[in-house]
Design a protein around this ligand. Structure first.
Ligand code: TYD
Length: 134
């Protein structure tokens, strides 16, 4: 997979004096069926998450609150994506190295995933990733 397959997706937003609403549907704004949802919260200042690739799992990441960066790399290049609006999501195809950092205080990352949790789907060693991703 290549960095060029990554997409920032603008989600529908319904601005309203009573409070705003955004929505995401599987196979519509995101190109996969959602098998799992997890979220990352209470990240201490300066911490980073991730530092791995998935062999099969695809993800869609939304900053429901606050902001953070998602850093994605393929074999050739590395790119940093800032997520700071709850109506934008980042589509992350399988097979990319991914890290997350710069979490703001009280930020909340929700991750929609295409597969059930499987520890064997992770590549946690970057040199293994470079070999695998030939
Ligand atoms: P991990 O994916 O390694 O977090 P990060 O990449 O952000 O550092 O997950 C951290 C822990 O949570 C790990 O022990 C496995 C567990 N976990 C699950 O049990 N199910 C899940 O769906 C996820 C994402 C993690």
């Amino acid at each position: 997979m290549k960095l060029s397959d990554v997409k920032i997706v603008q989600l529908p937003k319904f601005f309203d004096a009573r409070g705003n609403l955004s929505v995401v549907e599987e196979l519509k704004e995101i190109p996969f069926k959602i098998e799992r949802v997890y979220w990352i919260y209470d990240v201490p200042g300066g911490e980073s998450r991730g530092g791995h690739a998935y062999r099969k799992n695809e993800e869609f990441i939304v900053a429901l609150s606050g902001s953070f960066d998602v850093i994605l790399s393929d074999r050739n290049e590395k790119k940093r994506f800032l997520l700071n609006r709850s109506y934008y999501g980042l589509y992350v195809p399988k097979g990319l190295w991914r890290e997350m950092d710069n979490f703001s205080t009280n930020s909340l990352a929700v991750v929609l995933a295409s597969t059930k949790y499987d520890a064997n789907d992770y590549i946690r060693d970057n040199s293994e990733f470079m070999l695998w991703n030939k």
